[in-house]
Write a protein that binds this ligand. Structure first.
Ligand code: DPP
Ligand code: ZN
Length: 844
């Protein structure tokens, strides 16, 4: 496959004045006619006329009304064109019913829908399918379907046809078309300038009762973006469509967002609190893209973080405002460490702005998204809230309508604040996670912190330069009072000291408050000091982190030395967990132990080869010890967290349920599932039902409940995804691969549906010790299925390959088994470009 480089960027030789499409729908023979006005681009070097196009059957092409015979290649077509402006016309035939890659125009449960980001439009018609070519679109849809939607505003319709016009110039990746017998949940929003916008959530008949929450989330997002970023919606109508077969979570097509149904449909009976929160965040995310992504888009796909990092940052601000900022921050860091850190520290490591790719779909990663958002968080911390707001205003003013770059983005901050961001820019080009170590000194009333930073080498980058690190620090005196409130130290050197004077006694430092930079903090601290911070830190994140550090240290000793559980930590934690003045959601997070992925990273960093079975055994032993030590406390905690009011997915109620269910998991270790069964039987919402089921599975007492659950929910695809997933994720490791294998034999294992495939295979990978079973059965099962899925859906297959990214961290036997499976995948004839790139990088 061909490698594409950022440094080779060249503008397209023409501008597109406007696009007119006529799409005559038929499952196996959809006809797409295009009329496109091309005008020579004065800012581009001379080049031959090339349009992208894949898997298209060209029926006819004409220039200025004269038929032409272009040269067709697997990637597109070449054609001789006039030197001035001209009208391009083409007609192609495509087969949406046979499109299982879910890219371009395809069918899902009888409805037509599209997915064009990143490069799907070229599977619909011949076009310069690149984000810097922006045009207005008029779309005529012909078909018998009741509902026919495209971008922009509806302009006209009649029997068997509908026409839409999008007045905002946009790149082809934001094109969308939907047609089907859908029903809508309507709504309305009045913008701050008084314009009324029609809102709709379109679903298959039967799902109407699962739209109300999404609609409220949409309105809240529209309001929030006006209030916080000054951004108003810019069309008369905003449509959301729920689709069952979808590779991603959702897609921000202009005025016509298309959602994986799992990311929009919600009801208390069928969705958990976590589902509700995620739906709220994704609706916000896609809506926020209207400005950060659509009105200002990316010049090329290397700039993906320009829209994704910023939009993730914006949706995290939104969630923080709607719910608890502290809980959101801790959850985001857990996720960053579980998904982005392993990526950044393994063979798939790449900069937030990559410099080359073979298949761009492989770069919709935790690094581009989540680290990309962390970079913006650091920038905001460095310049301050006021200057951040000024810079964003300037960004929207200066670049509205542009296809922009990271250089444009940083220049806006430089111009708005007068700062030089040349060094900060390294965050976009340097891959890898910086390690930050710290020593302290106290003499003559002066307290000094000395930091050293160092980033280990990553693929293609052996030498690393120092990064700009905003290190938020607070100091506590030995009584537990804060003597220096949160201060942001700006570290720019490889080694740098910061002093605080007027401190007669040596303070206790609280370092990297709020996780102010995405680094690995290395600091050997006495457990007493950690327990002190656990009890007294005013920064919620560092309070949680102190406990997490103690848990990691405890598990490390249990795994490597066969030590017993750290009862001093368990007792210190108890004080926090039983503190009724604290937010239950925060207390629930305090109860969560380091993820297996986190422990693998810690062991690897300390030169210990991680043994998945030992990690699992130690974690289990620690949970048992917590349960036993707190046997009297647990029932009281569950009582305290009981919710008696009618179900609401709000922060308050879901926090209580999170605490109650974390406690139930511990209780189950003592009663073998008695309390869980009682909760299962009494549950009237999915949060309570599913967590009870999870406990029953862990206890091996699930048979009755599992059958009851299936009988109750067999007709609900999204709920059954949970049923599939939970059995594999929560079962004992020795059963995981067998169980996953057995589930794939079922008739309702619809493996071409990405949600169902991920429910089983993604959960297998998450059952850490199960996936890494010594006999290689987990690896083999997954590889078998990846090989099979690649023929249908390369994108989802490629993404799932990343579960092998840590393969070199394990013992030689496991390494050999994983390597063999990766080589088996690589050797498959006709392997997709997507998966070829992934396995090549994994094996390099
Ligand atoms: N739809 C995906 C997202 O919003 C890709 N743009 O992140
Ligand atoms: Zn996005």
């Amino acid at each position: 496959p061909q490698t594409i480089y950022l440094k080779d960027y060249t503008p397209f030789g023409w501008q597109v004045a406007d696009v007119h499409l006529t799409v005559a729908l038929a499952p196996n023979a959809t006809r797409v006619k295009s009329r496109i006005h091309f005008v020579p681009n004065p800012n581009a070097p001379e080049q031959e006329f090339f349009l992208h196009g894949e898997e298209l059957n060209l029926i006819r092409a004409a220039i200025d009304g004269e038929e032409v015979a272009p040269e067709i290649t697997p990637q597109g077509l070449r054609c001789k064109v006039p030197s001035g402006p001209f009208l391009w016309e083409s007609e192609v035939e495509i087969a949406p019913a046979e499109n299982f890659a879910l890219e371009g125009l395809y069918m899902s449960n009888g409805m037509y829908c599209t997915q064009c980001e990143a490069e799907g439009f070229r599977k619909i018609t011949y076009y310069p399918d690149r984000p810097d070519v922006m045009a207005t679109f008029t779309v005529r849809i012909e078909g018998d379907e009741k509902v026919k939607l495209s971008n922009g505003n509806p302009t006209d319709s009649g029997e068997g046809w509908a026409e839409w016009h999008d007045p905002w110039p946009k790149p082809a990746y934001l094109f969308a078309l939907v047609a089907g017998d859908l029903v809508n949940h309507p709504g309305e929003f009045t913008t701050r300038s008084g314009k009324t916008v029609e809102l709709n959530i379109w679903v298959r008949p039967g799902d109407e009762d699962k739209c109300a929450f999404g609609m409220e989330a949409l309105k809240a997002s529209m309001k929030w973006d006006e209030e916080v970023y000054g951004r108003e919606y810019d069309l008369d109508i905003f449509n959301i469509v729920a689709v069952d077969d979808f590779n991603m979570g959702a897609m921000e097509n202009k005025g016509l967002n298309i959602f994986n149904s799992s990311c929009v449909l919600a009801s208390p009976e069928t969705s958990t609190d976590a589902n509700f929160e995620r739906i709220e965040a994704i609706i916000a995310h896609e809506y926020f893209h209207n400005w950060t992504g659509n009105r200002i888009t990316c010049r090329d796909w290397f700039q993906l973080c320009l829209k994704e990092g910023l939009t993730v940052f914006r949706d995290s601000q939104f969630t923080s405002d709607m719910r608890s900022a502290e809980v959101k921050r801790i959850s985001d860091v857990i996720d960053l460490r579980a998904r982005q850190f392993p990526e950044d520290q393994g063979p798939l490591s790449h900069p937030v702005r990559p410099e080359s790719f073979q298949e761009i779909n492989n770069f919709y990663t935790a690094t581009v998204y989540e680290k990309g958002a962390e970079v913006i968080g650091m920038l905001k911390r460095l310049v301050g809230d006021e200057d951040y707001a000024k810079a964003l205003d300037l960004y929207f003013e200066r670049h509205d309508g542009d296809a922009a770059t990271i250089e444009d983005w940083l220049k806006v901050f430089e111009d708005a604040t007068g700062r030089d961001l040349a060094q900060f820019k390294r965050w976009y080009s340097q891959s890898g996670t910086p390690h930050l170590s710290v020593t302290e000194d106290h003499a003559d009333g002066v307290y000094t912190l000395t930091f050293k930073q160092h980033t280990p080498p990553t693929p293609g980058q052996s030498e690393k330069a120092p990064q700009v690190l905003p290190i938020a620090v607070g100091l506590l005196n030995p009584n537990g009072d804060e003597v220096v409130p949160t201060t942001v130290l700006e570290m720019t050197e490889a080694e740098q000291s910061f002093s605080f004077d007027g401190l007669s006694s040596k303070p206790v430092p609280s370092i990297l408050r709020g996780f102010s930079a995405p680094v690995v903090l290395e600091r050997e601290t006495a457990p007493e000091e950690k327990r002190f911070l656990l009890a007294h830190d005013t920064d919620a994140f560092n309070r949680w982190e102190a406990s997490r550090d103690l848990a990691r240290a405890c598990l490390y000793a249990m795994i490597t030395e066969g030590a017993g559980p750290d009862t001093a930590w368990i007792d210190a934690l108890e004080q926090v967990v039983r503190d009724a003045d604290l937010d239950p959601a925060f207390r629930a997070l305090m109860l969560s132990l380091p993820t297996q992925s986190e422990l693998v990273q810690m062991l690897h960093a300390r030169g210990v080869t991680p043994d998945p079975d030992a990690i699992y055994a130690a974690t289990e032993a620690l949970k048992n010890a917590m349960a036993e030590r707190w046997s009297a406390l647990l029932p009281a905690l569950r009582e305290e967290s009981a919710v008696t009011a009618a179900y609401s997915p709000d922060a308050e109620q879901s926090g209580k349920r999170a605490l109650g269910n974390a406690v139930l998991a511990l209780q189950t270790r003592l009663d073998g599932g008695k309390a869980a069964q009682a909760q299962y039987d009494a549950a009237d919402n999915m949060t309570m039902q599913l967590s009870a089921l999870s406990c029953l599975i862990s206890a091996g007492a699930e048979e009755t409940a599992l059958a009851a659950f299936e009988a109750q929910w067999k007709d609900d695809r999204l709920v059954m995804d949970k049923w599939f997933a939970l059995q594999v994720a929560a079962t004992a490791p020795e059963n995981a691969a067998t169980r996953a294998g057995a589930l794939t034999e079922r008739a309702d294992f619809d493996w071409k549906n990405p949600n169902r495939f991920r429910a089983v295979m993604g959960s297998l990978a998450m059952n850490h010790a199960g996936f890494h079973a010594k006999d290689g059965s987990g690896y083999k099962l997954l590889a078998d299925w990846l090989i099979r899925l690649d023929e249908k859906n390369p994108q989802t297959t490629a993404r799932m390959c990343s579960v092998f990214q840590t393969w070199k961290r394990y013992d030689t036997q496991r390494q050999a088994l994983m390597q063999a499976e990766l080589e088996r995948i690589a050797a498959k004839p006709g392997l997709s470009r997507d998966v070829t790139e992934m396995v090549t990088r994994l094996l390099s």
